[in-house]
Write a protein that binds this ligand. Sequence first.
Ligand SMILES: CC(C)(COP(=O)(O)OP(=O)(O)OC[C@H]1O[C@@H](n2cnc3c(N)ncnc32)[C@H](O)[C@@H]1OP(=O)(O)O)[C@@H](O)C(=O)NCCC(=O)NCCS
Length: 151
Amino acid sequence: MSGEIRVEEVTEPFDGLVPAMAALVGQLSRSSPAPSADEVEEIVRSPACHLLLARDENGTIVGMLTLAVFRIPTGLRAWIEDVVVDEAGRGRGVGAALTNAAIRLANERGARTVDLTSRPSREAANRLYQRLGFVHRETNVYRFEAPSPAD
Ligand SMILES: CC(C)(COP(=O)(O)OP(=O)(O)OC[C@H]1O[C@@H](n2cnc3c(N)ncnc32)[C@H](O)[C@@H]1OP(=O)(O)O)[C@@H](O)C(=O)NCCC(=O)NCCS
């Protein structure tokens, strides 16, 4: 079935992109608001960010992934973020198609590594990444939350 899925990189904002991304962000995070039109444009125009969309055989957007590629002192690195497939279209290889496309793109750009994180509770995601060759690393993941403006 995955043969009917097309993955493309978004290089220009287009009609329908903002609501499609809003619908997908809503299935990824309860706490993150959907990106505004300006924010979507910023992502699409950023040289470091590659927004990949998956479309089904009808052209409907069924998933997205963002690949960040950036140079740091130890080399050109890539991170996969915000992978989400529309609930109705899961289990048919869309997530795999998006992730494989991101790996290809990172390789083409010359990235030394492709990293991602995924909470253990995201079982489908963790299975998917390991099936595609991602290897679990022993590291601690930390986050510093920016104080809210009222603080
Ligand atoms: C993780 C996610 C992107 C995978 O997308 P997907 O298109 O279902 O991925 P695939 O079909 O390529 O493979 C997913 C695996 O989950 C299984 N699966 C997930 N949802 C399923 C469903 N609704 N029905 C049947 N199988 C399902 C698939 O069979 C497959 O199992 P396998 O690895 O043992 O073969 C998707 O489940 C999702 O968007 N989840 C919510 C957001 C999320 O967790 N994102 C990842 C953040 S790190």
